[in-house]
Design a protein around this ligand. Structure first.
Ligand code: SF4
Length: 220
């Protein structure tokens, strides 16, 4: 499978707003399956990553030559000695599929949009697992990934990620003047690396049972 990972149906349904007792119709389920099959086959994922030392002072985070002012990121990276910046993309297949589908069926286009969002998340989880495994062998433990635009981490820092990782050259992803990435199913993020082991969950602090008490939770 070119994506390298399955796209979970439950995640696609979640992105479409089907939660709890809300049922989808058999027609919608069939469209979701079709969108998942198409994207698992046609995605052309790529990623680039690089480790940097990190320093946190108050609400300022120092990575390479950049200073990031973010209370939530500073909390999340407190105690980290290094971090990994990464960028990942599922490739242009989702955008093309949504564009084609929207001509004939807005319902199918919505399924494709949700399947694309689930695809890039699943691919990022795969990269996250690789980074976790690589650094745990060196005695460093990952914190949940954190993306520009999340909480008080300004979206304008996308430009720093693009410069430090040479994202366009390494993955083909471009950044527009309005800070949107093309292809749209692309992600930039930082993953903190700490010598302190925490029971972090892949879904991030919002889904973690320790989020109310953990000193490193990005959830305020
Ligand atoms: S709240 Fe949970 S996921 Fe977030 S840093 Fe703490 S242990 Fe890790």
């Amino acid at each position: 499978m070119p994506l390298g990972v399955s796209i979970p149906v439950s995640e696609v349904r979640r992105y479409m707003g089907f939660r709890g007792p809300v049922e989808s119709s058999p027609e919608t389920d069939a469209m979701i399956s079709k969108a998942i099959s198409s994207l698992e086959k046609d995605c052309s994922p790529k990623y680039v990553s690089r480790a940097f030392p990190v320093k946190v002072e108050g609400f300022s985070v120092y990575i390479a030559d950049i200073v990031i002012e973010s209370r939530a990121l500073a909390r999340n990276l407190a105690g980290c000695t290094e971090c990994v910046l990464f960028a990942a993309t599922a490739g242009p297949a989702c955008d093309m599929l949504v564009k084609r589908a929207s001509v004939t069926s807005s319902a199918y286009a919505s399924c494709c949009q949700a399947a694309g969002a689930a695809a890039i998340e699943a691919y990022c989880d795969l990269i996250n697992d690789k980074i976790k495994e690589e650094y745990e062998a060196k005695g460093l433990y990952t914190r949940p990934r954190f993306s520009p635009g999340y909480g008080d981490l300004k979206l304008s820092h996308q430009k720093d990620w693009f410069r430090l990782l040479d994202i366009t050259k390494n993955t083909g992803v471009e950044l527009t003047d309005s800070l949107l990435m093309v292809p749209t199913k692309s992600v930039t993020a930082v993953i903190g690396l700490s010598p302190n082991k925490l029971p972090c969950v892949k879904q991030g602090c919002e889904a973690c049972t320790m989020s109310q008490t953990c000193a490193f939770s990005r959830k305020e």
